[in-house]
Write a protein that binds this ligand. Structure first.
Ligand code: 13P
Length: 278
């Protein structure tokens, strides 16, 4: 069933677990996330990145997720991930998304604050939740996200930003990367602790793929209530498809679709179990 972003994440922060936010690009990935939520009895966030608009239109994503989430008893949120355009955010709200992320992380602080507050006014009037981002993640391997210079989130800025914008969740930059790590992750849990001490709202960890379990568990203990996973879903599905195609037998495109659903379920299931274990 469709659920409220703000309530889902506020409960997670209060009860010290995280909800997985899994990126989808089409029917198979959406089905993989929702079926895993049903099978494991866990809430899930189906995240559609604005960068995947060439794959699917917003109302098509909303139609599929609304239909499929009505078939399961677990809470499902449909979230617009990493969107820099106010106009696209308004279209997502009209299409039936339950939450949106306004990504003003590349803007100067005051501009990010003002634009985020504008998004919050419009979204909250429609009963839609908002995530914003302060600081910026670096780009790792196998990611199709934009190249970015890593900037850690300032706790003092985060405190003012949250109080003035009234966002429902804040994505922080503490050393995780979008994509797989090229070396050893340098996650600064100390910065997270300082942010969590002054920001009572649910905090969001982007760049979940490949982050060591111990770091994930520490982050959940220290205020992270939503964790985003994208690259690992794509990599695992491609590995299975490559092995299948390389095995030499005859195949059919419909079989590749079913393999994709199974691959999504493997990765989503692994992370859902971990996020609940903190
Ligand atoms: P990964 O691709 O590193 O899992 O990051 C996903 C993400 O943060 C999407 O917003």
């Amino acid at each position: 069933m469709k659920a409220s972003f703000a309530e889902m994440l506020a409960t997670a922060r209060r009860e010290h677990y995280a909800v997985g936010s899994f990126n989808v690009y089409g029917y198979e990935t959406i089905r993989g996330v929702i079926e895993t939520s049903r099978d494991l009895g866990q809430p899930a966030i189906v995240a559609f990145g604005a960068g995947y608009l060439p794959n699917m239109e917003l109302d098509e994503v909303a139609g599929l997720v609304t239909t499929m989430s009505a078939q399961v008893a677990t809470p499902i949120v449909l979230h617009l991930d990493h969107c820099k355009s106010f106009e696209t955010i308004v279209r997502a709200i009209k299409a039936g998304f339950t939450s949106v992320m306004f990504d003003g992380s590349a803007l100067p602080f005051e501009e990010n604050l003002a634009e985020t507050a504008r998004v919050v006014r419009v979204a909250h009037a429609a009963g839609v939740g908002v995530e914003a981002e302060l600081g910026a993640l670096a780009k790792g391997a196998h990611s199709n996200e934009e190249e970015g210079e890593e900037i850690y989130t300032s706790p003092a800025e985060a405190e003012r930003f949250v109080a003035e914008t009234k966002v429902d969740a804040l994505a922080v930059s503490i050393g995780t990367v979008h994509g797989m790590y090229k070396g050893t992750p340098k996650v600064d849990v100390g910065v997270l602790k300082k942010i969590a001490a002054v920001c009572p709202i649910p905090l969001v960890l982007h760049g979940g793929s490949g982050t060591p379990e111990q770091i994930i568990l520490e982050c959940i203990t220290d205020g992270i209530a939503k964790i985003n996973v994208n690259t690992e879903i794509s990599m695992h599905a491609l590995d299975l498809i490559r092995a299948h195609l390389g095995s030499g037998g005859e195949t059919h495109l419909s079989q590749v679709g079913r393999l994709t659903v199974g691959a999504v379920k493997d990765v989503v299931g692994k992370y859902m179990g971990l996020f609940r274990n903190a």
